[in-house]
Design a protein around this ligand. Sequence first.
Ligand code: HMG
Length: 401
Amino acid sequence: MNVPTQAAGVPVGIDDISFATGSYRVDLADIAPRLGAEPAKYHKGLGQEQMSVVAPDEDPVTMAAAAAAPLIERGGAEGIRTLLFATETGIDQSKSAGVYVHALLGLPDTVRTVELKQACYSATAALQFAAALVARNPAERVLVIASDIARYDLDSAAEPTQGAGAVAFTVAANPRILRLDAANGVHTSDVMDFWRPNYRTQALVEGKLSIGAYIDAVAGAFADYRERGGAAFDEIDWFCYHQPFTKMASKAHLMLSERFGLDMDKARAEEIIAPTTGYNRRIGNSYTASTYFGLLSLLDTRPDLAGARVAIISYGSGCVAEFLTGRIVEGYEEMLHAEEHERILAERIRLGDADYYAMQTRVIEDQGNHSNIGEGLRRGTGPFSFTGVEGDKRRYVRRAD
Ligand code: HMG
């Protein structure tokens, strides 16, 4: 019997990409008075305008399914043998959230499905695992979904850095959007900068420590990337950083440039990073999905990217970082859906501070019991809905069902 062996030298990378977010949004100017801040602190100091908020019947599964559905509609399920679900908003200690998504999307049963976790980093681990599977068998495609809800204590300094969103992408041979370079750099160190114990719905964070940990870890990952033959900092055209708030990306870019002896100032760093921040400014922190919202912002807003080298710079508290690069593929424009993405963001329903505060208070008091899925409560507007827990089992429907 002929057993297929590993294929060498096939280009692998991101073939199609799509996003979803919560049905609601909060304008940070509306919460600033309660938090005793000037709106400028959020708009300029953090680089955030809005944050997405999920409805009581939305969760990481409904956002993930909504993000991935267009990929299946456009490209079918043929060749997809793996679904990797990256999240730190776990809904079950045992069952992968990806299995619910698999069912909602009607994927074939010949798909392996698994959930990955390491704070905001795991989508990048998923990208690498997916690339390895495809390199072994270029006939296969892998569906990667990153989906998260960022939630901190109300009235805390971290509250304006919340958000919610999902990015789904397929990884394939001869990709039509981003062809990955072979070099990558990684870094792990044990830091308690941000964590969420199993008994909490809101994360705990040492804000200032987390900013230093992010910079150090990314610098470590970049040094490793260089040692493995990666491009020099000034040979990279675009930098898609993890964006817990968008200012973090330009802050990191300035500090890294200085560390590597490059001529850079704050204004120039902000200018370089700006095309990657458009979606994150409006969505907020989407944890695992955030770096890929950065990539999508760049693709959707900056023309003539074919041939450009783009860095994907991933950081997950705790902490793990990765620095990898790829080249934008000729003809990538055919794969863009900027108008649809704008529609999704524009159609979110604005919540005032009082309504948002009441909704978040219920979620926090409920601590994962979902007693808030009840009559008369606000419903999400996305294609999938979480209908509650019956006999300790989560239930989901496609809204049209
Ligand atoms: P804070 O103490 O409220 O803010 O917390 P601040 O006082 O440091 O001010 C923030 C910026 O606003 C400063 O700018 C101020 O000068 C400026 P900077 O000096 O840093 O350039 N500012 C103003 N600008 C204009 N007009 C004004 C004004 N007032 C002040 N009127 C902090 C900020 C980010 C610490 C907090 O929101 C927080 O703890 N957030 C959560 C943690 C976080 O996002 N950390 C980022 C790195 S860790 C990470 O990325 C991982 C993560 O995504 C989780 C995961 O991996 O899963 C979080």
